[in-house]
Design a protein around this ligand. Structure first.
Ligand code: PTJ
Length: 258
């Protein structure tokens, strides 16, 4: 039995957080974001983003609901069928799931591209190093030789052979106009966001309302399981997924606990 009074809020290493703590996932998430800020990976604004996400996750029951699992399977099918899939990484994503994103990229043949709202050379370098420390071989987004049309901030800066020419893009943890701009470029968008009402999941082909620390490993598991599936089977999974129903189910769970 853990004596919770002895669990310090000031954890130095995540191994110190007891896995049987009732708020284990939340403590782990908070710790990784704090560490991200200390290492210059996560912007201070990322803490606000995390606080918001954490409140929605609490209302969701801190669990992957069935509609999110279906979305994660459909997302894996999209990534496997894509010609040029890209996983977009910001400062929160890099802090929370660096190794897990590398594994998802490997399981689906996707590229990893850093894309930041608060873009500075120092943060780009810190995030690229962090991803490399977690096994990434090729990290895109440093060159930024292309622009997403009709977007007037730094998230518009993308790699020509990355997000700019991708057919399927995973966009986690950002409520913003980039999701709308990518939609206008006719890309298939997969969004991970705990708030089903935020703009990004509202425009996504596949909105995943789940905590990224559960969503990404589950997508990888689906992708590995579907690795030998033929095109028809993957298409069927994609067609069977109902984005409206998934958004509704998440909102119902959050509002009514249903
Ligand atoms: O690293 P940068 O410079 O690109 O900055 C990133 C910011 C913080 C600006 C970016 O993440 C952002 O735009 O944050 P927002 O607008 O607060 O939106 C973040 C969304 O992600 C919110 O809807 C949160 O509910 C959601 N969210 C936060 N944490 C998680 C989450 N969704 C899934 N899993 C989480 N752990």
């Amino acid at each position: 039995m853990t004596d919770y009074d002895t669990v310090s809020a000031d954890v130095e290493h995540e191994e110190e957080i007891p896995e049987d703590h009732p708020r284990y996932q939340d403590l782990l998430t908070r710790h990784r974001i704090e560490e991200g800020v200390e290492k210059g990976i996560t912007h201070l604004q990322g803490m606000h983003a995390e606080g918001r996400g954490s409140a929605f996750d609490y209302l969701l029951g801190e669990a992957t609901i069935p509609s999110a699992d279906a979305a994660e399977r459909a997302a894996a099918a999209h990534l496997l069928l894509a010609d040029d899939p890209v996983l977009s990484i910001n400062g929160n994503v890099a802090a929370l799931v660096p190794g897990e994103m590398v594994e998802l990229a490997e399981a689906t043949g996707a590229d990893l591209e850093i894309n930041l709202f608060n873009r500075t050379p120092e943060r780009l370098e810190a995030i690229a190093d962090h991803l490399r420390d977690h096994g990434a071989e090729d990290v895109k987004g440093l060159e930024a030789d292309a622009r997403i049309p009709n977007l007037d901030h730094k998230r518009a800066k993308v790699d020509e052979d990355g997000i700019y020419s991708a057919d399927v893009v995973l966009v986690p943890l950002e409520d913003g106009d980039r999701a709308e701009a990518l939609d206008a470029m006719d890309k298939t968008e997969i969004v991970i966001d705990l708030n089903p009402l935020s703009r990004s999941p509202q425009v996504a082909d596949v909105p995943i309302v789940d905590n990224i620390i559960r969503a990404v490993p589950n997508m990888t598991e689906h992708a590995r399981e579907l690795a030998d599936a033929d095109e028809a089977e993957l298409q069927e999974i994609i067609e069977d997924f109902d984005r409206e129903a998934a958004l509704e189910a998440a909102e119902d769970r959050i509002r009514n606990g249903l």
